[in-house]
Design a protein around this ligand. Structure first.
Ligand code: ADP
Ligand code: MG
Length: 228
């Protein structure tokens, strides 16, 4: 429990910073990106084409970090509505499958159970799912299986993402959810903190099972039918 409190405190501090500076940085980046794209297309810069695309890629990466950072903000405006997780997953599936194919020989399966509607921010749910599936893909390297499941377990509605990847080592597991924690060369270390924040806003809990055969992330929601 103490660990849990420490983690949320850290999230709060980062979240407050995110809200105040994120927007101020994003706008100028958009302007610079626009000009780079425009100049990069001019014939007289033809021999610098590669540098122009590097600059744009770097800006996109900065933008991604800011976007993730912004979703850490505690007071972010959310749009809760009655929705079904299965529907959100099914809608996102083609995109997830395209991404999985693009990465290699990854199999992405779904096993959706019968679950009640929940009060959800659909955009945030898509982001949560996307972040978990991306991590699963990155743990698989070039081949393996990912299974997205939903169902009811001990009165809770759950969403899980299972991969047959390399698992999470003990030292990383203990710190999971800490902003900027990453073991990847190109990682931002913000994917999971964003997931934890989204779960928190939905009064959901994230649990992790990991081992040499892979990792499963469970997101557990209160079942509206069993709430007193
Ligand atoms: P990033 O993906 O940018 O590194 P995340 O916050 O999404 O940041 O994840 C933090 C770290 O947690 C990852 O760098 C990785 O070490 C570990 N991790 C997360 N999900 C998985 C997974 N499914 N399998 C193995 N390791 C994982
Ligand atoms: Mg990630």
């Amino acid at each position: 429990l103490e660990n849990e409190i420490g983690r949320l405190d850290r999230l709060n501090i980062v979240g407050e910073m995110a809200a105040s500076i994120g927007h101020e940085i994003r706008n100028p980046l958009t302007t610079v990106r626009g000009y780079l794209q425009m100049f990069g297309m001019k014939d007289k810069y033809a021999e610098h084409k590669e540098q122009f695309s590097t600059m744009i890629e770097e800006l996109d990466r900065a933008n991604l970090i800011i976007t993730e950072f912004l979703s850490l903000a505690k007071n972010k405006v959310v749009d809760f509505q009655r929705a079904n997780l299965n529907e959100i997953i099914t809608t996102l599936l083609p995109l997830l499958q395209a991404e999985a194919l693009h990465r290699g020989n990854l199999e992405l399966k779904i096993e959706l159970g019968e679950i009640p509607d929940l009060e959800l921010d659909k955009k945030e749910m898509r982001q949560l799912l996307m972040n978990l599936v991306r991590n699963a893909e990155e743990a698989l390297l070039s081949n393996g299986t990912i299974v997205i499941r939903t169902g009811l377990d001990e009165g809770k509605v759950f969403l899980s993402v299972q991969d047959s990847g390399h698992g999470i080592s003990k030292d990383i597991l203990d710190k999971l959810g800490t902003p900027f924690l990453t073991t990847k060369d190109n990682g931002t270390g913000l994917g999971l903190p964003v997931c934890y924040r989204i779960a928190e806003r939905h009064k959901a809990k994230i649990k992790v099972k990991t081992g040499v055969n892979g990792t499963t992330f469970f997101v557990e929601f209160n079942n509206p039918a069993t709430r007193e």
